[in-house]
Ligand binder design. Sequence first.
Ligand SMILES: Nc1ncnc2c1ncn2[C@@H]1O[C@H](COP(=O)(O)OP(=O)(O)O)[C@@H](O)[C@H]1O
Ligand SMILES: [Mg+2]
Length: 556
Amino acid sequence: MSNEKNINAEVISVYPNKVKVAVDDEFITQASETLKIGSYIRISDDDDIALIAMIDNFLIEVPEEGETKRRYIIEANPLGVVKDNKFQRGGDTIAIPPKKVEPAKESEILSIYSQSTEESEKFTFSSLSSNTNIKVPVNGNRFFNKHIAVIGSTGSGKSHTVSKLIQLAVEAKDGDFSLNNSHIIIFDIHSEYKSAFPDANNIGINDLILPYWLLTSEELEELFIDTEVNDHNQRNVFKEAVIQSRKDKFTGDDENKAKIHYDSPLLFDINDVLAFAKSKNEETIDTGEVYVSGAKKGQPKTTQGSLFGRLTNFVSRLENKLNDKRLDFLLGEKSRTITFEKTIKQLIGQKAENKNVTVLDLSGVPFEVLSITVSLISRIIFEYGYYYKRLRTKNNPNEKINNDTPFLLVYEEAHKYIPKSDLAKYRASKTSIERIAKEGRKYGVTLLLASQRPSELSETIFSQCNNFVAMRLTNPIDQNYVKKLLPDTLGNLTDKLPSLQAGEALLIGEAVILPSIVKIEKCSLPPSSNDIPYWELWKQEWKEVNITEIKKEWYL
Ligand SMILES: Nc1ncnc2c1ncn2[C@@H]1O[C@H](COP(=O)(O)OP(=O)(O)O)[C@@H](O)[C@H]1O
Ligand SMILES: [Mg+2]
């Protein structure tokens, strides 16, 4: 009885994925850091082997009558075992009942994290939220060669996190040179990222040139044909015209010309297609007879072509698209003349000056073509990776690295182009991005998806993510969805999601030794927010807006 006073912590139950410990005030005060949910404790049976567990729950027991000491019940999740100063995930080598429980030492946690990854593979962008002295490195290879999800409600810090990750990736250098070999393309839907990457290959809607003739037949039809009506005439005329124009423009030999089909990635002139559709819509056919009487006497008799007047809607739809200034980046003169090489170079930042980061500001892309725009760019990068691999392995059959210039494609507000929805308007981008999600890794193309609505993201894509930066998430549907996707071993850690601060995240996945609640480092140059400071603006003096100038912008 006498030595019981010294025991200020005692294991009271052990489950496969939970340990309950009863502790007293002294235990709490002796901890080098303030104990909270997410803090670590060590449970040992002898000095060489210790189970490290993360505090998951904290209960205060009401003292029984006559008792003065307060007791606390800590529930903790076992994370792994420290043996001979080495940490291993999982493991159940602890003998039951364990004898000693104490708050884990800072040095111990520090060494778990610092030993977790080889120096050359370390990529560090955060520290433990409970103790920012402890940096949390991830394995940079495992982090970037698997798809990444950054999720959290608006204002939780997603865009800052994405910026930080990329800024660090661009700065990291394994030698003395100015430009490293990182390749990142950001699909920036709200034009937020230019301020975080002022020196990047910043492409806006006015500089972007995308060749419509690289769209797939499905995407072309989505753009030019009213798919709701399901009109075979339109489709057949369109298809015939596209193939014919491709053949007319083709400069290669006859054998290859004969192989040209609807989906051949070759130039065709959309004006040819329009002219063809018009001609079919107005076609009259000579019957070979002449009028024998009446006003037209002697003139040849004609009859209307089979499509006469049936393509009027189609023709005007085509004309509308071709005259729409907002679609110039895709259908304008430059889109007809841009070469395949130039298209790729603008997207991957190979210009007069090479750039690691390309920021594609898509804020000016009309919503009805956003999906095919994102699809086209994603597919170009994917296929570039695919053919680059083919070339490398052809040149060297023993080649082990498929792509020595691997890419990261960053989709901000990913649920906007790859939602769960099966609606036709999302089909194009979903198809392209799902393909990258499934096969991209082999060709050096990985995805980073940032989203405030994870439950609305395509499950096919989300379930392919291996590393998660889960930030504050307030919507219960999203919380539950994320909980279901994450491993159960996390216990109640996911319950922290709604209460995280801006810039705090639950970092989980193959790249990190332990699921950890971390604080992401602040980025050097922040992305800009779109939030209009209403209140401040409203309080200022009345501003006169020049409507004539707006009109010029509008009409020209
Ligand atoms: N790592 C961080 N450290 C401190 N503050 C942060 C951090 N990340 C974000 N914030 C703050 O949170 C706000 C919202 O961040 P933002 O990245 O725009 O969120 P989201 O993209 O999720 O809407 C920012 O204005 C910033 O001040
Ligand atoms: Mg954001």
